[in-house]
Design a protein around this ligand. Structure first.
Ligand SMILES: Nc1ncnc2c1ncn2[C@@H]1O[C@H](COP(=O)(O)OP(=O)(O)OP(=O)(O)O)[C@@H](O)[C@H]1O
Ligand SMILES: [Mg+2]
Length: 344
């Protein structure tokens, strides 16, 4: 009975949980490891991937103006992805109700504008602009949008921009915003150009990531359709051959079948907890009986820390804590393929 008191209570609890989840994920990204783990890299691919991924399903086709020869920057790719994603989500939200929705992602090397020079030591910067033609921001709130917990949204945590700002400061960069109410908003992200040359610090693992992933056969088990879709899209876009299962026994069947056809999965990504079905812990035990060389990643939410902290003892090659970013997904897989010397 949808009108019963109990139902209303459950609804309210669910809402609180949803909000807590969003909050935790932002706070985690603030606190996780604290300091960014920076590498010299170019971020053209990152900008395109994270934009396409974030706008997927929104009905908005991004317009890219990204210079072909972007300068290298010294960044934590996961944290930079998070900023771009936070700003894009705001843009999508600001466009709701608009007929002609437009989001542009522009990136180029530029000289730091004089008004920004007090924030950044370097003269040359990579400027990323994210431009929407949404609601715009009223002048009286413009100076508050980076404040933690400032939100104009019913379900907002007000942490998206605060987190983004904190991340970019840890990169020696800056974010500014220009907005015209009714017309739209542009966020400018400035990141100092790296002084080390790209070649010197180039991480082979990152550059050949696409090469490593392409052709990999991956089986995904997750009870949540949204996550299955996410992983399916994310991995097929890198050239992986992906199959999905909703729970443990289906995953085991699919693994067996592929093995018997000589088309063994190179990697399995297993959700740890599957309500009403066999979860990752049970599946990995069975799979190791079937194939002692099985290579699996355990994926889990915050609560299931025990298996995650002892993932190796359970026979997993690595773990992914939900929610994780695309770049973490790709780099984790690439790392395993290299470590285990998986040939595909
Ligand atoms: N592109 C935009 N267009 C219009 N208003 C924006 C835009 N980006 C941010 N804002 C305003 O800035 C406020 C703060 O944004 P922020 O991302 O920090 O929090 P939020 O979006 O409200 O909550 P959360 O990110 O947790 O969902 C928003 O509530 C909104 O009023
Ligand atoms: Mg936001």
């Amino acid at each position: 009975d949808r009108n019963s008191k109990a139902f209303k209570k459950i609804e309210a609890i669910e809402r609180v949980l949803e909000e807590a989840k969003a909050l935790t994920s932002q706070l985690l990204s603030l606190s996780k490891g604290g300091e960014p783990i920076k590498k010299v890299t170019t971020i053209r691919d990152l900008l395109i991937d994270i934009t396409n991924f974030t706008l997927r399903g929104s009905g908005i086709k991004p317009i890219f103006h990204i210079e072909g020869d972007l300068p290298p920057v010294k960044v934590d790719r996961t944290q930079i992805s998070r900023i771009i994603q936070n700003i894009l989500i705001n843009a999508i939200e600001a466009l709701s109700g608009k007929d002609e929705k437009k989001i542009e992602v522009i990136a180029k090397k530029t000289r730091i504008p004089p008004s920004m020079s007090k924030f950044i030591e370097k003269d040359e910067v990579l400027e990323i602009m994210i431009k929407d033609n949404g609601s715009g921001i009223p002048e009286e709130i413009l100076s508050h949008i980076f404040d933690p917990f400032f939100t104009t949204k019913e379900k907002g945590t007000g942490l998206g921009l605060a987190v983004s700002y904190s991340i970019i400061r840890k990169h020696g960069g800056h974010i500014s915003v220009t907005s015209t109410p009714g017309k739209g908003t542009t966020f400018h992200i400035y990141i100092p150009v790296a002084s080390e040359t790209y070649e010197e610090e180039r991480e082979p693992a990152i550059n050949s990531e696409t090469e490593i992933l392409s052709g990999l056969k991956i089986l995904i088990m997750d009870d949540e359709e949204a996550i299955r879709d996410f992983l399916y899209d994310a991995l097929t876009s890198k050239g992986c051959k992906v199959d999905v299962a909703k729970e443990g026994s289906e995953a085991i069947e699919k693994y067996k079948e592929a093995l018997s056809k000589g088309e063994k999965f190179n990697l399995v990504i297993l959700d740890l907890t599957v309500p009403g079905g066999m979860g990752g812990k049970g599946v990995i035990m069975k799979l190791r009986d079937i194939d002692p060389d099985v290579c699996a990643i355990v994926s889990s939410g915050y609560s299931d820390t025990d298996v995650v902290s002892k993932y190796k003892e359970y026979g997993f090659a690595d773990y992914l804590n939900k929610p994780y970013t695309l770049s973490l997904l790709y780099s984790t897989i690439a790392k395993i393929v290299q470590e285990k010397n998986i040939i595909h």
